[in-house]
Design a protein around this ligand. Sequence first.
Ligand code: ATP
Ligand code: MG
Length: 183
Amino acid sequence: MRFSKLRLTGFKSFVDPTDLLIADGLTGVVGPNGCGKSNLLEALRWVMGENRPTTMRGSGMEDVIFAGASSRPARNFAEVSLQIDNTERLAPAGFNDSDSLDIVRRITRDVGSAYKVNAKDVRARDVQMLFADASTGAHSPALVSQGQIGELIRAKPKARRRILEEAAGISGLYQRRHEAELK
Ligand code: ATP
Ligand code: MG
């Protein structure tokens, strides 16, 4: 699956709708400290179903909503949409009948998160599974945050195994087994 566009609205410092086009090859994002480069990576994790506030460098889930600046009031919701080129039909079963996938996550204050795939309401789990089966996702080793290299080097064997399992695309199977055992 190839990511082709990321759109942020009211997410962290991106108060107005902002598109990041992801072309073939390497895309670099450069800018001064604090301009929002890491926020873009967090938006990508978030739209794929990230639910740990610490990974999002906040203390609560609603901390991703634009909190206001001297000249702009705070927003009531944050939305990230991720467009995926699926012309090669590499999406997992159930999501594989169109040329592009549009995944949207929106969080509204005091309401919580809602997800859509191609304008259809889905559960968080559906989105998380979609990416887990495609060997990517919020916990993917392909997303390396600032400071994470050091973490990887210091990881205990069990934690390192999790990273390898995520890379092998089998973490979705563990999740399903865990849910089956609970039933
Ligand atoms: P560096 O080069 O230092 O790593 P960066 O480009 O990665 O910087 P980010 O960490 O992405 O920068 O952006 C930080 C900015 O985002 C800060 O100015 C912070 O105030 C702003 N920010 C984070 N969360 C919110 C929020 N909820 N509302 C408004 N602004 C926010
Ligand atoms: Mg940064």
